[in-house]
Design a protein around this ligand. Sequence first.
Ligand code: AMP
Length: 418
Amino acid sequence: MIQLVRGFRDILPQQTPRWRAIEKTAISLFQDFGFKEIRIPILERTELFARSIGEDTDIVEKEMYTFPDRRGELITLRPEATASIVRSYIQHKLYAKDPVQKVYTTGPMFRRERPQKGRYRQFYQIDVEILGIKSAYADTLLIFMLITLLDRLDVSDAQAHINSLGCSACRPGFRAKLSEFISSRADVLCSDCNRRRERNPLRVLDCKVPSCREAMADAPSILDSLCSDCERHFKELTQSLTHLNVSYVIDKRIVRGLDYYTRTIFEIQTGSMGAQNAVVGGGRYDNLVKMLGGPDIPATGFAIGLDRLVEIAGSRLGTEQKQPRVFIAAIGEESIAKAFSWSCSLGLEGVCAELDLSGKSLKALMKRADKLGFEYVVIVGDNELRKRAVILRNMRTKAQDLIPIDGIVENLKKRLTT
Ligand code: AMP
């Protein structure tokens, strides 16, 4: 038997209503705030991710699904959506009409991480981006929408964690300070942290190894090294969040794993997720559009991890699956032919009918209807065709009615939908 690839998974019919309900809630909220859908490809040139996410990040270093296509060009299954959205924004000059574009997209992302609970190699994100706004109010709007969404999805313990990564003026100074601090702790930090010390010291701050976390507890905070513009920006963020009654934690440990972030970064964390406790990650990326060859346009955005959101959202979501209302037990070729056309007409009327096409005996058909939990069964055989009336049996009360074949579709619709 061929099994699926490790780290990949199927989302089965009994699970999809919940996924749909959650996606629908999210999308309708984003649309209410003026966001429009964009669809981007699953494959991009490898260079797009290498340049935007950064060569020194875990994603680019070891997690991308990269293949040469038939002509030898390197292509990659997208590990995230922001880079593609920015590529599309530049390629189609979406900024020409209006630099401000508010977009969302949903779909699978691919990272070859070590699979574990809540972590997959194909996972799903809802991605939301605001391009063209420098003000911290755009960041606040994103966090506000997220907190609203999680509230609508009955996630009770969601908490916004915010931080700033500064800009090209103030970050280098902080990096140097941090590097120095890391050197003083080199003997207790893990080998990954020591390796990152030179190339990406900020990543040491979010190492999950307990001894590293302890060693870094009193590391300097970037918030003490921000330039005055970044400081003002961060203050605008915290003040506007407070005005909207959004509670947040300033968390100097969050740095995000991608190189393109500037200033505001945030995560939404929940207590119930253990080590994988971020359900959303996001932040501002003011240099990315320019870096990828577009004009100097700021941007901010987030990605919701849908797999994790489905785990933690309220249990009542997506419980209403459209169930077939009636089972049709048709015996004999002629009855099956008639019943088939009734079931098609019922489908057009929005009344789902399950017609058994196996040709089995009435007893076997009734057994199946019972097993599947149908409340109503239509029984039709030669006898019923001759009398021009079928039997409608209520499986619960065992009551049976005769329904004339003339006008049967309207009649059944009335009986089954009231
Ligand atoms: P990132 O794109 O790394 O900022 O991640 C944003 C969100 O996507 C995270 O907070 C997770 O909820 C989710 N996510 C990232 N990687 C995975 C994965 N391998 N499996 C499941 N969810 C993931």
